[in-house]
Design a protein around this ligand. Structure first.
Ligand code: SF4
Length: 474
């Protein structure tokens, strides 16, 4: 398989916009408390930060200033996202891969990994299992392999949207897969995917070359870096960035993410829909280089600083992290989490209580059932949401920025979150979770301003609880 990538197929904004010398220089600068407070004030005004400003937050080590960064991230999270946490589940469809990424159990040189691609019938069974647990949003994951071209991925997405089980239905399918050319993205947009995610893994060129061996498709730094610009030009306007924290200096990677977000905003008038920040985890046959591993305190700082840097970009905290870390980090700006996740191929019908590393990409930190996570979120004062309204009403890409309109949360997000939560409570929740959920809904409705929207919401909640009506959203 030739690994020559056609440079003519790059996006119109194609080019390596990661200036390492500049980013390293920013991280060497000394900062003073006044600068830190000025940057925090800009964030709280919901204005995205420049790398120079994010570097000010990254450079400070003073405990009192770090506490101010944490407080500001909590505040901004409440101001922009309220107390909603959107829930989804990952669904691995195939782990064949031609790449040889040194941190991944799916790498081609790992002969111990059990290779599998779900058949249409196996895919149907996984989706029914997910629907019967109450999931409405999925992210489907593929290795990089000729078998998983755009047409194959599109057929999987089309099939997933067609599967129903009682009131069960998947209303949004996001994709995490290899970079495509423009035509590939058009094929996926045509079947109605949500977000297309591509993780750069590391923005540090030398580290990138070290962990992505020459001669593999993924060794092409620029083709990958340009991947989401091509996605936007191909019509996939909800895109997701990500870094695998632990490969290189976490401060540098945060600046890489901020630079990438601004690059998309500048060229496509729309920043990324989401940013993910997975930390390196044990994986079958992987010898972890521990020199850049990120500790829990630094992890909280990077989430808080990302929150302050990209106010309108969703932050995804995955089940890589153990429950106690997730619970603590959630308040610093996370807006989406997966729950009840199994990443073994066929895992939602075949996996037992223990994880089987020979069938998964890395080890998960949190495999608690969805019902336990939903209940814990509500105990912690969050509203679990399965909402997909914006995406289905075309409020995507730069149109998503309506989000910034004052009152958007009160009039759209919170009511939609509560109706999807009521669906979950009535159709899937354990009695314990239903009791906690009904109390949470009463608590949230009481906070809403009296008026037509509140009355409509109360009517919708009643109809969901007392009839077979479902999918009521604004
Ligand atoms: S990280 Fe992705 S591309 Fe790399 S080996 Fe694993 S599945 Fe393949």
């Amino acid at each position: 398989m030739s690994c020559a990538i056609d440079r003519k197929k790059l996006s119109r904004s194609g080019g390596d916009f990661i200036d390492e010398a500049h980013l390293h220089e920013l991280l060497r600068r000394q900062t003073d408390p006044g600068e830190v407070r000025d940057v925090i004030a800009k964030s709280l005004a919901k204005r995205p930060l420049q790398p120079e400003e994010a570097a000010v937050l990254l450079a400070t080590e003073a405990p009192d200033l770090i506490e101010q960064i944490f407080d500001a991230a909590r505040q901004l999270k409440r101001d922009v996202y309220g107390n909603r946490i959107v829930l989804f589940a990952p669904l691995y469809i195939g782990n064949e891969c031609t790449n040889d990424c040194q941190y991944c159990a799916f790498r081609r040189s790992n002969r111990e990994q059990i290779r599998r691609t779900l058949s249409p019938e196996e895919l149907r069974r996984q989706v029914v299992a997910l629907e019967d647990r109450g999931h409405k949003r999925l992210i489907v994951v593929f290795g990089e392999h000729p078998r998983y071209d755009a047409a194959f991925m599109a057929e999987c997405v089309r099939q997933i949207y067609s599967i129903k089980s009682g009131h069960g239905v998947i209303r949004r399918v996001n994709v995490n897969a290899a970079p495509l050319d423009h035509e590939g993205y058009k094929i996926l947009k045509a079947v109605g995917i949500g977000t297309y995610q591509i993780f750069q893994e590391t923005y540090h060129h030398e580290t990138y070359a070290k962990v992505h061996p020459k001669g593999t498709l993924k060794s092409d730094y620029l083709w990958r870096l340009d991947g989401l610009a091509r996605a936007m030009e191909g019509g996939c306007d909800d895109v997701g960035l990500g870094v695998l924290f632990g490969l290189y200096d976490w401060r540098f990677e945060v600046l890489g993410l901020v630079t990438h977000a601004l690059h998309l905003q500048e060229h496509y008038h729309c920043g990324p829909h989401t940013i993910s920040f997975p930390r390196l985890r044990p994986a079958q046959g992987v010898q972890l280089d521990e020199s850049h591993l990120v500790g829990d305190h630094e992890f909280k700082r990077l989430v808080a600083i990302l929150r302050l840097s990209v106010p309108y970009t969703g932050l995804i905290l995955t089940a890589r992290e153990p429950p106690e870390v997730r619970r603590e980090v959630m308040e610093f700006g996370v807006s989406q989490i997966d729950a009840g996740s199994r990443i073994e191929l066929g895992g939602y019908t075949e996996a037992g209580d223990a994880q089987s590393m020979e069938r998964e990409q890395f080890q998960l930190g949190d495999i608690r059932p969805l019902d336990d996570v939903v209940r814990e979120l509500m105990i912690d004062g969050f509203i679990p949401s399965f909402c997909t309204a914006c995406y289905r009403l075309g409020r995507t890409g730069e149109h998503f920025m309506e989000f910034a309109i004052p009152g958007f949360i009160q009039n759209f997000c919170t009511p939609n979150a509560l109706t999807t939560l009521m669906e979950y409570l009535v159709d899937y929740a354990s009695p314990e979770t239903r009791t906690a959920g009904e109390a949470a809904i009463r608590r949230e409705v009481e906070k809403l301003t009296d008026g037509d929207r509140k009355q409509q919401l109360l009517d919708r909640l009643h109809r969901i609880a007392e009839s077979n009506e479902r999918d009521l959203y604004y």
